[in-house]
Design a protein around this ligand. Structure first.
Ligand code: FAD
Ligand code: SF4
Length: 512
C-alpha cells in the first residue's frame, strides 16, 4: 500500500484523542522517532529519557493496534538517521509521499526547524493544532496588550470567566473570592498525617534503559525512582489517584516541604499533561466533579488552588513564552555569571535543603514547585548563577521539562533574568522561609537562626548580599521596599558582617 501523507508525531504530542486518529486511513503513515539531536541538545536525566521513549513506544503501539500505519525509529535502529530531518527525508523519498503534516511544536526551536524543513519540501505541507491547550499561543499577549505588568491574576480571572469555571450565575466567583492563595501557605503536615501512596503503575523500564545504554546517550540521575504514567489508561489512573488522595489537601500544603515526602499532596500530573496524554480541560473537570460530589471532603480553597495551576499558571506561562521568544532566552537582567556549583549534579552539599531537593530531583526526575522555586532556584539566584546554566539544569533534570514551560518558570519566575516580565519581584528568601515551610533545617549542618559567621545558614547572608549587589537594579522595586528599608536601617557593622559572611561562602561554594 502506497502512502500519500506522512504525519509526524513528536515525543510530547502523545494525544490519543487528537482528530488525526479519529479515522484510520491506510494511506496515512504516522512517524515517531527517538533521535540523538533531541536526546542530547541538553544533558538529560536518565529517567526523563526513559519515560519519553517508553511513552512514545506505547503510543506507537496503541496507534498500530487501532490499525494506523506507523513507522517508529528506535534510538538503536541501524537505519535511524538520528535527526528529524534525516529520517523524514528518507521516509518521504522511499514511499514517494506527496503530503507532509505535523502538529505545531510547543518549543520555539522545533517550531522554527520544522517550518524551515516543511518550507524546503517540494510537496504539500500543513501544520495543524495540537488540540491540547485551553488558549492559543498569542492569546495572553492579545489580552495584556501594552499593559506594563502582565499579571497572572488578571489572566486567571479572565480565563475563569471565559471558561465559566467556579462562577456564580452573576459572574462573581463561587465562595466570594477569586483566589485562596493566602490560605495555601501552611507549613508541612505533621508526621501522623496520611500521605497519598507513591505513584506505581508497575512499569518496566528495562528495555528502554538498555537501548539508552546501547546508544551511549549522555545522561545523569537515577532510573529507579518515581514511576510515571506512560499511556492513556495510566494517565487517567494518575488523575483519579490525585483527585481521591491529593486534592483534599492540595492547597493547604502546596507550598510546604518535608524530608520524607517528596510529593506530599501534589498531583504528579505534569508529565502526563505536557506530553498531552491528559487534556487540561478533563483534569479540571475531574477536580470540579470530585468537589461537587464531596464538598465536605474537598474544600473550595483546595480546589481553587489546583484550578489556578491548570487554567491559570500553565496557560499563562505558555503565553509568556510565545509572547517573548526568542529574545526571552537570552536576557540576563541581573548580569548573573557565576557557574552553578558542581553539587547541583550530585546533591553532595552540607545544606540540608539543597541536598534534599537535589537528591529528590536526581532520584525521581521530579521536585515539586516550592523545591524548584524556593530551594534550588532561590540558591541559584542568591549566588548570581549564570541563567543559561540554570536553564540547562532545569531543562535536563525534570521529566516534565519542555522548554515552553521550563524557561519562563526558570528564567523569569525563578531567576528574574527577564527583568520582571513574569514576576513582580525576584523570588528570593533567607533561611527563615525554608525553616517556616519545611523540616529541612532541623537536620542541617548550618544553623538557620545564626545570621553571620562560621556555621551560619548560608542563605541568610547571601540574601542580603543579593539585595545589596543588585540595589541599582532592584532598589526601586516597590515590592522590595521593605527589605531594602530593613537593610538600610541595619547599620554599617551588621551590613559588613553579612557581606563578609556571604563573600566567604561565595568563595567556597563547591564545599558548602
Ligand atoms: P502540582 O503542584 O500538582 O500542580 C498541578 C499542575 O499545575 C502541574 O502538573 C502543572 O501542569 C501545573 N502547574 C503548576 N504550576 C505551574 C507553573 N508554574 N507553570 C506551569 N504549570 C504549572 N513545570 C513543568 O511542567 N515543566 C517544567 O519544566 C517546569 N520547570 C519549572 C522550573 C522552575 C524553576 C519552577 C519554579 C517551576 C517549574 N515548573 C515546571 C512548574 C511546577 O513546578 C511544575 O509544573 C510542578 O512542580 C509539577 O508537579 P505536579 O504535577 O505535581 O504539580
Ligand atoms: Fe537550608 Fe539554611 Fe535551613 Fe540549612 S539551615 S536547611 S542551608 S535554610
Amino acid at each position: 500500500m502506497a502512502f500519500h501523507t506522512l504525519r509526524l508525531v513528536l515525543g510530547d504530542q502523545l494525544n490519543p484523542r487528537h482528530s488525526w486518529y479519529q479515522r484510520v486511513d491506510p494511506q496515512v503513515l504516522y512517524v515517531l522517532m527517538e533521535v540523538r539531536t533531541e536526546a542530547t541538545y541538553v544533558r538529560q536525566h536518565l529517567k526523563k529519557l526513559a519515560v519519553f521513549f517508553a511513552a512514545m513506544r506505547r503510543f506507537a503501539a496503541a496507534l498500530t493496534a487501532q490499525g494506523h500505519p506507523v513507522r517508529y525509529y528506535r534510538i538503536t535502529d541501524p537505519d535511524n538517521g538520528q535527526s528529524f530531518e534525516a529520517n523524514l527525508r528518507t521516509v518521504l523519498e522511499a514511499e514517494g509521499i506527496r503530503r507532509f503534516e505535523y502538529q505545531a511544536p510547543d518549543e520555539y526551536r522545533l517550531d522554527r526547524a520544522l517550518a524551515e524543513f516543511a518550507g524546503s519540501l517540494a510537496i504539500e505541507t500543513a501544520c495543524v493544532d495540537t488540540e491540547h491547550f485551553l488558549t492559543q499561543r498569542h492569546d495572553l499577549a492579545r489580552l495584556m496588550g501594552s499593559k506594563k505588568q502582565w499579571l497572572l491574576e488578571t489572566f486567571y480571572r479572565h480565563e475563569r470567566t471565559r471558561l465559566g469555571i467556579l462562577l456564580e450565575p452573576d459572574g462573581t466567583p463561587v465562595g466570594g473570592r477569586w483566589n485562596y492563595d493566602a490560605d495555601n501557605r501552611n507549613p508541612p503536615p505533621p508526621r501522623s498525617a496520611a500521605l497519598p501512596p507513591p505513584p506505581d503503575f508497575g512499569n518496566d523500564y528495562r528495555e528502554v534503559l538498555s537501548d539508552i545504554a546501547a546508544a551511549g546517550l549522555p545522561h545523569f540521575g537515577r532510573a529507579d525512582g518515581q514511576d510515571y504514567p506512560l499511556d492513556r489508561p495510566q494517565a487517567l489512573q494518575a488523575l483519579r489517584d490525585f483527585v481521591a488522595h491529593g486534592l483534599p489537601h492540595f492547597g493547604t500544603y502546596q507550598d510546604s516541604m518535608r524530608t520524607d515526602a517528596p510529593w506530599l499532596y501534589h498531583s504528579l500530573l505534569s508529565f502526563a499533561l505536557n506530553v498531552k496524554l491528559l487534556h487540561p480541560r478533563e483534569v479540571v473537570a475531574a477536580a470540579l466533579a470530585a468537589w461537587q460530589a464531596a464538598p465536605e471532603r474537598i474544600g473550595l480553597a483546595q480546589l481553587e488552588g489546583f484550578v489556578r495551576q491548570i487554567i491559570g499558571w500553565r496557560e499563562y506561562i505558555r503565553g509568556m513564552y510565545w509572547a517573548h521568544m526568542p529574545r526571552y532566552a537570552t536576557t540576563n537582567h541581573l548580569g548573573a555569571d557565576r557557574p552553578l556549583p558542581g553539587w547541583y549534579w550530585t546533591g553532595d552539599t552540607k545544606m540540608s535543603c539543597l541536598r534534599r531537593a537535589i537528591a529528590d530531583s536526581l532520584h525521581n526526575a521530579y521536585a515539586h514547585h516550592i523545591q524548584r522555586l524556593m530551594v534550588t532556584g532561590n540558591f541559584a539566584a542568591l549566588i548570581g548563577a549564570d541563567p543559561e546554566e540554570v536553564n540547562a539544569w532545569y531543562l535536563g533534570i525534570y521529566a516534565d521539562a519542555i522548554e515552553w514551560v521550563q524557561l519562563p518558570n526558570t528564567h523569569g519566575m525563578s531567576q528574574y533574568a527577564d527583568g520582571g516580565k513574569l514576576a513582580t519581584k525576584p523570588y528570593v528568601a533567607s533561611g527563615a522561609y525554608i525553616d517556616r515551610m519545611s523540616d529541612y533545617c532541623a537536620g542541617c549542618h548550618y544553623r538557620v537562626k545564626q545570621k553571620t559567621g562560621a556555621g551560619a545558614c548560608p542563605l541568610n547572608s547571601l540574601y542580603w548580599h543579593f539585595l545589596h549587589r543588585n540595589a541599582a537594579t532592584l532598589g526601586g522595586n516597590f515590592r522590595l521596599a521593605q527589605p531594602y528599608s530593613t537593610w538600610r536601617r541595619m547599620g554599617p557593622d551588621q551590613q559588613a558582617a553579612y557581606l563578609a559572611t556571604a563573600e566567604a561562602y561565595l568563595a567556597e561554594l563547591e564545599t558548602l
